[in-house]
Each structure stands twice: as C-alpha cells, then as structure tokens.
Design a protein around this ligand. Structure first.
Ligand code: C5P
Length: 336
C-alpha cells in the first residue's frame, strides 16, 4: 500500500508533469501558431515577481498574518544578509536558464527541446561527482552515454526534418527564421544552469531547518531584480518602442501563472523528494507534450524521434535505479 508520504510525492510529481507539458505546449503555441509578439524577457521577469508574491502569501498564511510575516522576513533577509547572499547563486542561474529556455524554444520545436532539456541529468551526475564527491557506477555512466545517443538522434531528426521541409509544400514544424544550433547552445547552457542551481538549492534547503518559503523568498529577492535588469538590458529598445507588456494577452498571463506555479511546486518537490525524481516528472511531460503537439500542431513524429525518446527514457531509468540501490552506502538522495 502506498503510504501518505509517497502519495504526497506522487501527487506533486504528477502535478509537475502536467503543468510542465501544458506550459511547453502553450509557449510553442504563443510563439508560433498564435503569432503573438511578446517580449520573452518581460515574461520571465513577471514570472519571478509572481513567485515572490505567491511566496509572500504562503508566508502570511503560515505565520498568521502580514505583521508576523514581515517580522520573519526582516529577520531572515535584512538581518541575515550573508544567508540571503547564498541564494544569489541559484537565482542568477535560474534567471539565465529561464532566458535560455525561451531562446531555445524560439529556435526548435517543443518536444525536441523537452528531450534536450534532459541533458540536466548527465550534468547533475557530473556535478555530483565533481562537486559533491559522489561515485557513479559503470551502469550509471552507461546510462549517460545512452542519454547522449538519444539526444544525438533527436538532433539528427530535427536537422533532417528541416532539410527535407525546404523542398516540401507541407507546413513545417520549424519556422524558417529558427536556428537549430542557437537553440542547441541555449538548451545546453540552460540545462547546465538548471543542474547546478537544482543541486545547490536542494543542498541549502536540506542542510538546515529554515522554512522552504523563507528560502524561496531569499531566492526571489535576487531573481526579481536580476530578471528585470536582464529584461531592460536585452530588450530596452523593444520595451521603449512597444511597452513592457506589449503583446500580452490572456494566454501570456496563463503562461506566467503556470510557470510561477510550477516553480513553487519544484521547490516543494526538491524538499520532499529530490532533483532526480523531479526529472522523472520532466520526462513524463515530454511524452505528454509530444502527444499534444502531434494533435495541435500536426507535428510529425518520425522513427528517429521515437527511438531518441525511447533511449532517453531508458537512460533515465538506468540512471535512477542504481541511485536507489546505493542508498544504504551513499548519502541519501535528499542530499544530492
Ligand atoms: O529546468 P528546471 O527544472 O531546473 O527548472 C527549475 C525552475 O524552477 C526554474 O525556472 C526556477 O526558477 C524554478 N524554481 C523556483 N523556485 C525554486 C526552485 C526552482 O521557482 N525554489
């Protein structure tokens, strides 16, 4: 029988998978089919602001009102600057990752991007070895090779698909102004940022008993100004000409809400579970978003994509099983 703690974890992971796939499909829709011309960096900034607002709401609820919540924040933010400063690292990395996510999605299709984002698993493995001194079995390294083989197949599929589409009258899934190499670079950098930030944040929330919501607030204290500054630096001309909220409509606000909500769920998953199980949810969202893209955008699913996706899923499985087996010898997964 599944116990309460496991039920909680499974519910969180299912919610994360569902939100992740809806989010990926919606981003794709707003960028291509809906032909909306919003400024991606402003969306990232609004997401961070909304997360900070939602976190404040939780803190008010937990501490019993606005006054006690303000006192708590004064104690943990103003009077603990060094503690708050620690969260600048994942904050900066997450902000960069968010921008890379949009850049990559503008340059490749949603399912391919979702699969390539799984590079965060081998990156997390490498970080565990080099930064946390953890040992990986041959099976685990083999699974990382499988991961690269899978993503290689996806790369090939995308390149072949774009090439053949040049001579075709059929609508193409990748628009002509998209550059796959730019997308690939962005997704690799984004995955690396994600892996470092994830491992770092998980370590912080599990090494002392400061509330998750205080940690989240400390994270967003940095990410809000970072994302707004990044937005103004990168898109100042567009913002000046068209306005910060240019191109915004109900779809964009849905996108902002979904992303903010999923960020908060990720933080809860990292507390009650770990980075690896979070990746399971991501892999499930790949399958869901692929199916959705097939129906919504007439996305062509070739055998390269199916093989690549299968290899990636197998590698996730083989990577995770030994981790569970080693739980008695090694630090528990929570301390990844
Ligand atoms: O791709 P990955 O799963 O690493 O993305 C994590 C996302 O979760 C980031 O967009 C980050 O902003 C968000 N997050 C958050 N709050 C946390 C931890 C992560 O909003 N405490």
């Amino acid at each position: 029988m599944v116990d309460m703690a496991m039920q909680k974890k499974l519910t969180l992971l299912a919610a994360l998978a569902l939100i992740g796939s809806v989010y990926a499909v919606l981003v794709r829709y707003t960028k291509s089919t809906a032909k909306l011309n919003y400024i991606s960096s402003t969306v990232v900034a609004m997401q961070e602001l909304l997360k900070m607002f939602m976190t404040s709401m939780v803190l008010c609820h937990e501490s019993g009102g606005l006054g006690p919540a303000m006192q708590l924040l004064h104690h943990h933010i103003i009077r603990s600057p060094l503690d708050t400063a620690k969260l600048a690292v994942p904050s900066f990395l997450y902000a960069l990752q968010n921008n890379m996510f949009f850049l990559s999605l503008s340059n490749m299709d949603a399912p391919t991007q979702q699969v390539l984002l799984e590079l965060k698993i081998p990156f997390t493995a490498l970080l565990c070895v080099f930064l946390l001194g953890r040992k990986l079995s041959v099976q685990q390294w083999l699974s990382i090779f499988l991961m690269f083989a899978g993503t290689g197949l996806i790369e090939y599929y995308s390149a072949a698909d774009t090439k053949s589409a040049v001579n075709s009258d059929q609508p193409v899934p990748i628009a002509s102004n998209e550059n796959f190499m730019v997308g690939l670079f962005a997704v690799v950098v984004g995955s690396l940022c994600s892996a470092i930030a994830g491992v770092y944040f998980e370590k912080i929330i599990k090494t002392n008993d400061t509330s998750l919501w205080i940690r989240n607030f400390q994270l967003y204290v940095w990410s809000v100004p970072i994302s707004f500054i990044a937005s103004f630096i990168n898109d100042w001309r567009k913002i000046k000409e068209n306005g910060f909220f240019s191109g915004y409509n109900h779809l964009i606000w849905c996108l902002i809400f979904l992303s903010a909500f999923s960020g908060l769920i990720i933080s809860i998953v990292l507390l009650y579970s770990n980075n690896i199980t979070k990746c399971f949810a991501t892999s499930l969202s790949i399958i869901l978003s692929t199916i959705a893209s097939f129906y919504l955008f007439n996305y062509h699913i070739g055998w390269y994509f199916i093989c690549g996706t299968s290899l990636v899923c197998c590698s996730i499985f083989f990577y995770t099983v030994p981790l569970k087996c080693q739980s008695t010898k090694e630090p528990p997964a929570e301390h990844l």
